[in-house]
Design a protein around this ligand. Structure first.
Ligand SMILES: [Zn+2]
Ligand SMILES: [Zn+2]
Length: 106
């Protein structure tokens, strides 16, 4: 798993306030960046185009376990056969730092 990808997404989405109306646009741009970087074959139909289609926020804070705006997982989908899968962080990356937590660091 490419940690560089996650780092980039995290920075771009976390800069914006949660309810900011431009947030979806930011996520779309981040997704497009990921799509360009992560062209891959669908594990189901073997055609290229199995790419990130959505980002889910909510990585829990490492101190209080409150969901933060950091990316919890990516959703990758195939445009050909509709196959999709969730792409989680590696085990050691499944919590967010308290500096990103709305409760520890409002
Ligand atoms: Zn497919
Ligand atoms: Zn916290």
């Amino acid at each position: 798993m490419c940690l560089d990808l996650y780092g980039q997404v995290y920075v771009e989405t976390d800069m914006r306030a949660y309810m900011n109306p431009t947030r979806m646009e930011v996520i779309r741009m981040a997704t497009e960046k990921l799509v360009r970087k992560a062209q891959s074959l669908c594990p189901s139909c073997q055609l290229p185009g199995f790419d990130v289609v959505a980002l889910q926020e909510g990585l829990p804070c490492s101190l209080c376990h409150t969901p933060t705006h950091s990316i919890l997982y990516l959703v990758k989908g195939c445009t050909h056969c509709g196959h999709f899968q969730y792409d989680y962080f590696p085990k050691q990356q499944q919590t967010a730092g308290p500096e990103t937590c709305p409760r520890c660091n409002p």
